[in-house]
Structure formats: C-alpha cells, structure tokens
Design a protein around this ligand. Structure first.
Ligand code: ADP
Ligand code: MG
Length: 690
C-alpha cells in the first residue's frame, strides 16, 4: 500500500462542510461532535443565545458591574513580562474618556491590538484600583467600514466543543451564509401558505438566526424555524398514529359499570370525584374493540393505584388477564400487596414476578399464565422477558411510565389481539403538551387528593438552622411519627455520594438520634436487606429511613410524616416533588425540610418554588420551563432532542398553529399535490432522522 493511501480519509459527508473557508479536517471533526455533518446541518446550527452589542456606551458612562460595548482608539499598550503569567494592559480612549483592559497570558495580542488602532471592546466593567477596567474583553478591530462580526451587533453565542471557538465560529457562519445559503436552503412551503401563516422566508430566517438585524426580526425568524420543527414533528406523529390504530383490535371488556359498583362498595374509603371520573373514562374505552391508549396523570398521592386495580378487576371479571408493570422491586412488592388486598374479595388470582422470584415458583407461574389460570400479574421488567406469555392479556397497566423506554412499554402489547394500555404518571404535564407529544393518547387527570389530607409544610433550611430542625424531628419521633432522610445519588459521583450518605447515617445514629432505630437503603444494599428494612419501616420498628432517591417512586407509607432532603439543590424540581410525595399520605400533618445552599439562581428558584406550592401541575410546568421538555419526551433514535429551537411549552402558540396545519394537510391529503411536493420530500428526509 502506498503511503498516500495510508492517510486517513475523511468520510464523504464531511466534504461539503469543507467548502466553507476555514473549516479543515480538525474543525470538521469538532463540528461532527456537535452533530453537524453537512452544509445543511451547519446552517441549522443556531446560536445558543445572543448578546446585544449593537449599542455603544460612551466611555465616561460605563458603570462597574455592567457589561458594555465601547469603541475607541488604542492609546497605550504595556506588557508586564511576569514569568508564566505575562499581563498585557491596554488603554482605550474615545471622545469622552479612557478605559483599561487587561489580559493574562495572551502575549500575542500585543501585535494585534496595536497603538493607534480603532477597536471595539465588549465585556464586563469593573472598578479596580481607582479606574474602570475590563478583564479579557472580546475585541474587534475596525478597518475602514468593514462590517463588524463579533461586536457592534447583536452577537450570536454558539454552543462549542473542544476545538471550536466563538470568534472563529462567527467567521465561519458569515462565510457559510455568504457562499452557501442560496444553494443549500430552499423554502418548502407554497407562497400562499407562508403568507397566510405570516411565516418568514426560510433563507431570511436562517440568516437572521445567525446574525439578527434586531430583536424583532430575530423573533420572526425564530418563529419560522420552530414552526417548521413543530409541523414536521406533528406530521410524523399523525402518520405513526394512523399506522398504530388501523391495524389492531382489542378484547372488549364488558360490565364496567356493574363491576365498578361492586368494587366501590368493597373499598374502605369513598372515591374522590376525579378517581370516579377516571374509572368512568376507562369503562367507556374498555368496552370498545379499539385498543385503548390512555394516560392517567395524577399528582403524587392522588390515588392512582385504586384506579389501576379497578381495570385489573374488570379484566378478570371478563375472564381475561391483566398485567401491572412497575419500575422497581420495592414498588412491585408494595403494589402487589395492595392489589392483592383490593382484589381478594372478588377471588381474583394474583402473582408477583420480579428478578427475585425463585425459578421454581417462576416456572409454575408462567405455566399458569399460559393456561389462563392466573388472572393478574404484578411485576417489574422481569415480566418483559420472552418466555413470559399470557393466554389472553387484555389490559396492561404501566405505572410511572416515564421510567420505561418506548420499547419496554410496547413489549406487553405484542399480541395479535392487542391489550388495552393504561399508562400512569405522577409527573403531570400540561394537556396541550401531552397531546402534542403523545399524539392521540387520551388523558384522565386527577388533581384532587383524597379528603382529609393536610398540606405539607415545606421549609428551605440553611446550614445554621440544621441543628434546630434535627431537634424538632427528634420530638416528632418521640410522638410516634416516622421520617425519611434523603441523600442525592448522582451516577457520576456515586461513590462519593454513597460515602457521604453512609457517613452522615453513622453520625446521625450516634448523635441526635441515638435513641431511635435507623435504617439505610440504597441501590447497593442487598435486596433481602432492603426488603427487610422497608418492612421494618412499614411496621414502625424503624423510625428513620435514610435513603437515596430509591424512595422517590411510589412508596406509600402514611405514618411517615417528615422528610429531610440533604443537598436538596442537587435534585431536579420534579424529583423533589416526587420525593416530598412520600409524606403527607395520611391524616397527620407532614413537614418537609430542604437542606441546601444552591449557588445558582436556578437552584435557588427550585427550592423557593418547593416552599411555595404543592401543586404538581404547577411544579411540572416550572420544571419544564427551567429544564426544557427532554425528560418527558425522551430523544430521537439519534440521541438528539426532538426540538432544537422550539420549546413546546414556552412556544405553545406556535405549537398549536403547527398542529392545526398538520391536521389540515393530512385531512385533504394536500401533501400529494404538486404545490406541496417540496415539503413532502423534505419531510421524508426528516422522518428518517426521527
Ligand atoms: P399515587 O397516586 O401517588 O400512586 P396511591 O395510589 O399510592 O397514590 O394512594 C395513596 C394513598 O391514598 C394510599 O394509601 C391509598 O390507599 C390512599 N387512597 C387512595 N384513594 C383514596 C381515597 N379516595 N380516599 C382515601 N384514601 C385513598
Ligand atoms: Mg403510585
């Protein structure tokens, strides 16, 4: 082989990127890491945010603490050749005054920012040693009336990765837009459609997204881009939905109303109005041959399990089978116990299948399932294994659906006659969003909590007050109440986190709580021990359960009334709400203490929201705003989020417009007309990526 052939060759797809001046193999590779493989990808690689550098501040008007753009002439340059950390100082003057700038370790700038040059500085102003100064400001040299790229405009700030820098990114995009925009981007909407929706021209929109004239034109450009994102997503959903519903039929489950009446009579409490409503919704769906696809979203503690139990019972009464799939063993055991109790009066056969089920027992169970001698199976992922086959599965309930991947969720549905599906979540999402991201899914919502629940008082505690709180907890324990102490456990820092939890556990045990029984549970503790611990806690033999977020999901123990969350700033908002949902489940008043000293504004906001509200819907909405919708929607197969620019909640109006448009296109089969041919082919390309 000749040495020439030995040279690593770039994949085909890189080549087009390299038409852009300044993008060599190294940078092409860096771009690839960001998912940019073609010119089209590049042009759609939009800034993360923008900074307004279009307004110059007169130098005598700058203020300490503010970020300013100033323009003037370099009056002086000094290099202090301190070994290893040379300091470069410059003085910039305009008609009103002078300001200083310093750079560390950037000796080379001396040859760029020469005395006499006209430049723009952009950066944060400090008042240091009696003068105004900027540290490492961004700069731009003005030569003639050449257009300024980095400052003096609304400046794009791009996401970066190793090997890419803001300054060169901007140059790259200037170049790419000038040379490749016209041949790469083609508007795919008919002109009349664009006009009626008041959408910006696509090329203009792409250009504006990178280098906006002003914030108004940026908003218009953004609207166009996210309209496209949302429309394509909706089209994909509609298509999938058509495929999913046309083909299948399900078992008809009859006598819902009568079964419900009997069930309600057997309960030790009366249903809340929303529980009753949810059951009525289900009765109607299940009486149909069309496979049900319903989401039951109810805030923590709203009583979803009873509703689930009802559907299991209804299946059994129809002489068919039902399954309840849950994400953890602790939860599976708990659900199994409550389901057993609820269904016992009706003589329904139930079994629990987890990874812990003994092989012999498991074998027997699977045989019974096949022969339709077992009506209800509760279990974890263990029931998704291939050899678990039902005789006539008519109802699949999935608790905490967001803990399962799409594939796992649909695994239970793979029967010629499709089981009805009920997915449950305690992480509520706004209705429009749910409809939008699940397509046709029907939704029952339970906002109400069972009567007699008291609001949970939530406090955000800083270090100085911790001892007082612990003393308070001690007094509560003395009155027979129980407490959870929760520690964060983040995968990347798992070892350190576990150590911290164990250390803290020992300290508490030897200190304030030495008169009480404490148990520790986390994922690394053996299953038997964990189960034993949970049981002891349930029976009141352990007073404090120290846990990692394993207790986050579903655990139901009404006598626990206190929750202390350590390092609360490390939990997400939805997760904090879930954790807190472990208390306040009985008639007694509950208290939640968040120990935390968040350093970021966002972290503080999370804890503040927790102290202000217990409304899971409100919290979910705030969470979505803070973090984006990724957690609810998952990502595409390629690992990218579904929307790069749009935010389904913050841009809800555009989302609804796009949804309307998608339906309109589908309804009259407009995609088949020549007017829409360009969009159709664009859509086909996009669908592959989804
Ligand atoms: P979640 O919706 O969080 O899954 P659960 O189903 O675990 O809530 O129910 C929480 C607790 O409330 C359980 O102890 C359950 O027995 C009880 N519960 C459910 N419905 C009612 C009701 N209508 N009245 C009183 N208690 C109820
Ligand atoms: Mg639950």
């Amino acid at each position: 082989m000749s040495p020439v052939q030995d040279k690593p060759r770039l994949p085909e797809s890189f080549s087009s990127l390299r038409y852009v001046k300044g993008v060599g193999p190294k940078r092409a590779e860096a771009f690839e890491k960001l998912g940019v493989r073609s010119l089209h990808d590049l042009l759609y690689f939009f800034p993360r945010r923008y900074e307004d550098r279009s307004q110059f501040t007169a130098i005598d008007k700058v203020q300490a603490g503010e970020t300013a753009t100033v323009c003037g002439e370099i009056l002086d340059m000094r290099l202090k050749p301190i070994p290893r950390m040379p300091i470069l100082e410059a003085t910039l003057g305009d008609e009103t005054g002078a300001i200083h700038a310093v750079w560390f370790n950037q000796r080379y700038l001396k040859d760029i920012l020469r005395v006499g040059r006209k430049v723009i500085f952009y950066g944060k102003v400090e008042f240091y040693k009696n003068r105004f100064q900027m540290t490492s400001p961004e700069y731009e040299i003005i030569e003639g009336d050449e257009q300024t790229v980095h400052t003096g405009i609304i400046t794009p700030i791009y996401p970066l990765t190793e090997g890419l820098y803001q300054r060169s990114m901007r140059a790259t995009f200037r170049e790419a837009l000038a040379r490749t925009l016209d041949e790469t981007i083609h508007d795919f909407y008919p002109g009349s459609f664009r006009a009626s929706k008041n959408l910006a021209d696509l090329r203009e929109a792409v250009r504006e997204m990178h280098f906006p004239e002003n914030f108004e034109s940026l908003a218009r450009a953004r609207r166009r881009i996210i309209f496209d994102e949302f429309l394509i997503f909706q089209m994909v959903l509609l298509e999938r939905f058509e495929k999913a519903t046309e083909k299948y039929r399900a078992h008809v489950l009859k006598e819902g109303t009568a079964v419900m009446a009997g069930f309600v009579k057997s309960l030790p409490f009366t249903l809340t109005a929303s529980q009753a409503q949810a059951m009525h919704d289900l009765i109607a769906d299940l009486a149909s041959e069309r496979p049900m696809n319903r989401l039951l979203q109810g805030d923590v503690g709203s009583g979803k399990t009873v509703v689930a139990a009802f559907t299991l019972l209804l299946a059994a009464k129809n002489k068919m089978q039902a399954a309840l799939l849950v994400p953890t063993e602790i939860l599976a055991e708990q659900h199994f116990r409550s389901i057993q109790k609820l269904l016992q009066p009706f003589g329904v056969t139930t079994a629990l299948l987890t990874a812990a089920t003994e092989p012999e027992k498991r074998g027997k169970m699977l045989a019974e399932l096949k022969q339709n001698r077992l009506a209800v199976l509760v279990g974890t992922h263990a029931m998704l294994q291939e050899d678990v086959t039902f005789h006539s599965l008519s109802m699949a309930v999935i608790d905490e659906q967001h803990k399962f991947g799409v594939e796992q969720r649909t695994r239970l549905l793979e029967y010629a006659v499709r089981p009805h599906q009920l997915v449950m979540t305690a992480t509520p999402i706004p209705r429009t969003l749910a409809l939008t991201i699940y397509g046709d899914l029907k939704i029952s919502t339970m906002k109400e909590l069972p009567a007699g629940r008291q609001p949970i008082k939530t406090y955000w505690i800083t270090r100085t007050k911790q001892d007082e709180v612990l003393e308070h907890v001690r007094q509560k324990l003395a009155q027979g109440e129980q407490a959870y102490f929760v520690f964060p456990l983040i995968e990347e820092t798992e070892k350190i986190d576990l150590k911290a939890a164990e250390k803290e556990f020992k300290q508490l045990k030897a200190g304030v709580f030495k008169d009480y029984k404490m148990g520790l549970v986390h994922g690394r503790i053996a299953r038997e021990e964990r189960e034993w611990m949970m049981r002891e806690f349930r029976e009141g033999k352990i007073h404090i359960l120290v846990a990692t977020s394993v207790v986050e999901v579903g655990v139901d123990h009404p006598n626990a009334t206190i929750m202390v969350i350590e390092n609360a700033e490390r939990f997400g908002l939805a997760q904090l709400h879930q954790l807190r949902g472990r208390i306040g489940r009985g008639a007694k008043a509950s208290e939640c203490f968040l120990f935390g000293e968040p350093t970021t504004e966002e972290g503080q906001r999370r804890l503040r929201i927790m102290t202000k509200t217990q409304d899971g819907f409100l919290i979910a909405e705030e969470d979505l705003k803070l973090r984006g919708p990724g957690d609810f929607m998952g990502t595409r197969q390629s690992g990218e989020p579904y929307f790069r620019v749009g935010h389904p909640l913050l841009d809800e109006n555009v989302l609804l417009e796009a949804r309307e448009a998608a339906r309109w296109l589908k309804r009259d089969n407009r995609l088949e007309t020549s007017e829409w041919a360009a969009f159709k082919s664009y859509l086909e390309k996009s669908v592959i990526a989804y």
